[in-house]
Design a protein around this ligand. Sequence first.
Ligand code: UDP
Length: 388
Amino acid sequence: MSPKKRNGKKTGQPDHPAFQCREKVLMLGVMQNTPLVLFGIPFHNVTFEEAIQWTVDRVRSGKPGVIATANLDFIVQAQTDVGLRNVLREADLVIADGFPPVKLAPFYGPPLKGRVTGSDITPMLAARAEKEGISIYGLGAAEGVAAKAMEVLKKRHPALKVAGAWSPPYAPLDKMDHAEILRRLAEAKPDILFTAFGAPKQDKFNHMHVKHWNVPVAIGIGGTLDFIAGIQTRAPAWVQKIHCEWLWRWGTDPKRLTKRYVTNIGFLIRAVWLTLQLRLIKNVPARVDPSASSHGATYCEFRGLETPAEAEVFVQKSESSAKLVFDLRAVEWLSSLEIGALLEVSKKVQKVVLLHAGSRVRKLFEFSKLTDRLPIAGSCAEALALLQ
Ligand code: UDP
């Protein structure tokens, strides 16, 4: 969002003031795809092909990871569900399963490359899995549906390795028989786990176990097993093309979905209104605390990040043990990419606090519930208190 104030300095260079922290910074970790943060939720800017390649690479690496297929409903639920918010912020890959994030992204930073739906990527992953000799497992949906869906995929792709399928009895997350599910997964040893418990249950489930199981990729896919098994019919292609798949689903299951869609439409209206306000209102800069740079925590002047490559370098250069104060006085606005970079840094270091945020950044952060990860301090003393 413009206008941006960068004080005419080039950003992204290792010797740029954006990196001039008083403590030494270290190069850490491998290259990551810095997400674009929209309404507090990170979205990785990938195409179908890139997400599929990521999955194959992850399977080859053997390091367990999770994918979330986030749409407007996720964003809305995450506003009140701090658990889901954190699960999405910790996910290894979050793909944009819906038009609202794709359409709104250009107002907040770089555009998203496109919609990458769970319902479409699941059969595509099955096709690629067959070619790569990778095994899959269907978990969730009503009794027998996961097995039926795996059967359908196996028929389409005869060489596909189906490691197993199970539809556990419906139960809230804390009442599920986790031990039994984990036992079955340990026995089946799938490479890709399709978890279909609906959001947020499936994503919380994957997040709970990813650090302890040996499943290389677990992806939450909502009602996709129902579509593959033929229990539910997806909207025709022309309905999908005019962005009305949600309307189709609403029509086919109004009892269950009316509350969800009414809430989501309400949020969307508020989000569009916020977007308009942020473009129209004048930024009121924060009052500058002259003692800002003279305190113990690592103090960094944040001068903006223009490209994903700059964001990657910025994230990699943050020191894992540090407590960081980012002074925002030089920037009027934070793009979705800049927030993504700051969020990534906050995951690596002990604590991040923002100082001297103008009124527009404050408004966006409050609306998006970003202040729980990236708190905004009004003064240096407050920043130091927040770092404790
Ligand atoms: N489901 C489940 N266990 C539960 C609740 C739901 O396995 O406790 C399944 C349900 O049968 C359906 C999917 O999870 O197959 C949820 O689909 P929903 O339409 O809610 O997901 P969406 O695609 O909208 O995220």
